[in-house]
Design a binder for this molecule. Structure first.
Ligand code: ADP
Ligand code: MG
Length: 420
């Protein structure tokens, strides 16, 4: 069969790599892909948010299954358009994707289904948000643009003044465009974070292994937030009991709640959780796999991914065997361009990839690379990641860092403490 993966980052590279390993698959396409993906799939020059173009391509090539990586096309209704054209596709439709596309809506789902959450308050009017802050005790509060903001729409305000500024920027200065028209204020929670991402067809769950990503750009969680500088799976210290709680109190009620509204979620449902002293609480839902969490999770997946994707797309996941995972640890370290997450240079030559030891327990996944002639150059802030399996976190870390040290491009930087 022919599979199309939509997107062009590290997550999509890992998806293409894993899908290409399936004996069921003859050809993998990726739209638009990147310089690394070109090694395992045929890159197609159609943008990930070009809904009409993607449907046209899938029709023309008689694609048997389309797998959607990023949130934007899901929220734009790519799945609805594919289904309307009688194409098989894995991902939530537009109505179910709203659980990520609107943080205000996601919090309503939490309220209606008693999903453990921080205290939260939704505002469509900046004067009401300001009045709320005025009447509230001085102290930290989280300010979130409700809509899609590419991971940049959350401010952790330490003081009321900082919260006021964030509200102004989002609501009055439209820093995130329409995404900031509605703002969610949230109680500031303390604890450690984890991501639990399960595949579901709206009735049955295929449990995937949890992961933890590292959002801040510098070691010891210093500096600004990024798209993710690395990830580890399983999550050190996260036990079975807490995992069950996240399933029973967060993921299952969310999917059931969506069903009751006539929104059937088919795809990967991602619960970003804070593990607090009083149990796990939901920070946000994503309607797709995370990047870079996907990389270590798929490195650990022993089962063929494709039957799982097919059954979830068809709504027959109960007929599929549960996925089996390698008990070893996978660590993924992202190498970024100089200056990222601020301004950065593009087009830098990447050296040393030919020196990296390959194999089933070590993979390099590309995020922002392109082929130029015989060369590979940088095209994004996050450039590539090295992902390694090991019997312990220490072993996986040391393998990933040993190989990463062989790779060079101008301005390269990465965290030294992923998984530590
Ligand atoms: N209520 C909260 N309390 C403490 N930290 C939070 C809270 N909400 C979000 N955060 C922090 O901000 C990060 C981003 O928030 P999130 O809701 O996941 O939005 P997005 O991923 O869309 O930027 C989280 O990973 C977490 O570190
Ligand atoms: Mg998040």
């Amino acid at each position: 069969m022919k599979v199309l993966v939509v997107g062009g980052g590290g997550r999509e590279h890992a998806l293409c790599w894993k899908i290409a390993l399936s004996p069921l698959v003859k050809r993998v396409y990726c739209a638009p892909g990147n310089g690394g993906i070109a090694g395992v799939a045929e890159c197609v020059d159609v943008a990930a948010n070009d809904v009409a173009g993607l449907v046209r391509f899938a029709k023309a090539e008689a694609i048997d299954l389309t797998v959607v990586g990023p949130e934007e096309p899901l929220c734009l209704g790519l799945v609805d358009a594919m289904r309307a054209a009688s194409l098989r596709v894995l991902g939530p439709d537009q109505s179910a994707a709203e659980i990520e596309g609107s943080k205000a809506y996601a919090r309503e789902v939490c309220r209606r289904n008693r999903i453990p959450s921080p205290g939260f308050w939704v505002f469509n009017d900046s004067s009401k948000a300001h009045a709320f802050l005025e009447n509230r005790q001085e102290g930290p509060i989280v300010v979130k643009a409700s809509g899609l903001a590419a991971g940049k729409g959350v401010t952790m305000a330490r003081t009321r003044a900082e919260a006021r500024t964030a509200v102004d920027e989002m609501m009055d200065q439209a820093r995130f465009g329409a995404a900031g028209r509605t703002v969610v204020l949230e109680e500031f929670l303390e604890g450690s974070e984890c991501s639990v991402i399960h595949l579901t067809d709206g009735k049955t769950f295929a449990p995937f292994e949890p992961a933890r990503d590292h959002k801040r750009v510098f070691d010891r969680d210093q500096g600004p937030n990024t798209g993710g500088m690395g990830a580890v799976s399983p999550v050190p210290g996260l036990g079975k009991r807490t995992l069950r709680q996240i399933e029973d109190q967060i993921l299952f009620p969310a999917v059931n709640g969506l069903n009751r509204e006539g929104r059937v979620f088919r795809g990967f449902l991602y619960a970003g959780c804070m593990l607090t002293a009083t149990g796990p609480r939901l920070l946000e839902f994503n309607c797709r796999l995370g990047d870079p969490e996907t990389q270590p999770i798929l490195m650990r997946l022993s089962s063929d991914l494709v039957p799982l994707l097919l059954h979830a797309a068809d709504g027959t996941l109960e007929q599929c065997e549960a996925p089996v995972f390698d008990s070893r640890t996978a660590v993924c370290v992202v190498a970024a361009s100089g200056g990222y997450p601020g301004e950065y240079q593009k087009g830098c030559l990447i050296h040393g990839l030919d020196q990296v030891r390959g194999g089933p327990d070590l993979q390099v996944f590309h995020s922002g690379t392109a082929r130029r002639g015989g060369d590979l150059v940088t095209t994004g802030g996050r450039v590539l990641s090295v992902c390694a399996l090991g019997k312990s976190v220490e072993e996986a870390r040391s393998r990933a860092y040993t190989e990463l040290a062989k790779i060079e491009f101008q301005g390269i930087h990465y965290r030294r403490d992923i998984g530590a």
